[in-house]
Design a protein around this ligand. Sequence first.
Ligand SMILES: Cc1cc2nc3c(=O)[nH]c(=O)nc-3n(C[C@H](O)[C@H](O)[C@H](O)COP(=O)(O)OP(=O)(O)OC[C@H]3O[C@@H](n4cnc5c(N)ncnc54)[C@H](O)[C@@H]3O)c2cc1C
Length: 442
Amino acid sequence: MWDFSTDAAFQARLDWADAFVHDEVEPLDVLFPGNADPYDRTSRVYTEGVRPLQQRVRDQGLWAAHLPPELGGMGMGQLQLALLNEILGRSGWAPMVFGTQAPDSGNAEILAHYGTEEQRKEYLRPLLDGHIVSTFAMTEPTGGADPGGFTCRAVRDGDDWVIDGEKWFASNYPHAAFVIAMVITDPDVPVHQGSSMFIIPAGTPGMEMVRATGLAGEPLGEGAHAYLRFTGCRVPAVNLLGEPGTGFAIAQTRLGGGRLHHAMRTVGQCRRALEMMAERIAGRRTRGRPLADQQAVRHALADSWIQLEQFRLQVLHAAWHADNAARTGAKEDARAARLHISAVKAATPTILVDIAYRAMHLHGALGVSNELPLIRMWQAGPVLGVADGPTEAHKDVVARLLLKDVEPPDDRLFGSAHLPARLAAAREKYADLVRSEEATTR
Ligand SMILES: Cc1cc2nc3c(=O)[nH]c(=O)nc-3n(C[C@H](O)[C@H](O)[C@H](O)COP(=O)(O)OP(=O)(O)OC[C@H]3O[C@@H](n4cnc5c(N)ncnc54)[C@H](O)[C@@H]3O)c2cc1C
């Protein structure tokens, strides 16, 4: 059965979240718009402003909705989570207030799945309680989309592993209590089988930040993304997550869900841009008439709405596939989820760039000014095209999965859709019918 409605009880919770984000959280975006602000646990904004809001989210049972109930989350599944993320996407602070901010949400997921009891106690618990933040370090200066370029290496030495190498764009390192890093432990096998995941507490000797990197617009030398260097960095063997060689499998646990979260938060951003666009063209007058009287302007609104609706349904469908794969555990369902998630990831930046651009453009000078959030929204498009893997890599996944079961046609020259061959086959199949038709027309 197909049903596009939301269960009434869940809708009531979404309505609560919607009003709460609008009334209580969005003002924080205006007051503290810096990228790093939500991650500084020592700031008064966090302790006095955010903590009480987080408590209200807990009281509603909406805290850390991505995690299973035994870990203090809601165990919502990707589809319900997507609907919540659509609301959280409107605000930079909201994911933090709801305990689902990246990269902590993904790190919590892998600690929950693969962590030992000790690791969960030491790292997952305080992460879930919102007392600390964390970092995920996989990308290297020599390789991002292509893990074949990774060189950061760990060598076993007694009860320790010793790490040497570099990581790049490790988000939130300046505030993180620990880093989860993917490092090569067996260079003699392909990198997908020879990498392992380590937990490295902040302050571990041999782990240093070469420099902080920011996004465009932030001052040089500042920002939340770290260029990290490991020099003889000694980590006890108990800090290995899962088994040696399982780093990529572990990384997949966090990346799939994360891509859906970003996509649905993008839907939230686009909806905001769309609302602003509609408000603007209804209110602004040009040549004595509302801007909305211009056909090109109306089409900009219509194109944006059509694009957004298509994308929103695509994301919700991908989230359904992810839940289905988790429920059945079947290989073909996991493959379908991967296909749909990569497709969504590849589509995400274009949606934001297109819709934010139209909204910005229709606001004229105000749209490109620093008095509206539209240009920042638009700038996030290219960032989404690179973070979590570039668009081309995801299109490659989509194409490879689509091609997996495709056989070359028997007729290599003209293909299976060639009309002369199909006509001959159809004539043969309906020979009696063709004969009687021919007899009547003779
Ligand atoms: C805001 C932000 C936060 C990030 N946070 C983290 C983090 O916390 N931890 C972490 O480990 N990493 C993080 N990253 C890094 C991110 O995962 C990488 O930037 C990404 O994987 C791409 O790697 P790269 O930058 O080395 O680009 P490259 O791999 O060099 O790719 C550059 C370009 O080459 C082209 N290209 C690459 N591969 C292909 C291909 N197969 N086919 C066709 N074209 C291709 C694409 O146009 C691509 O954009 C973050 C990035 C950003 C922007």
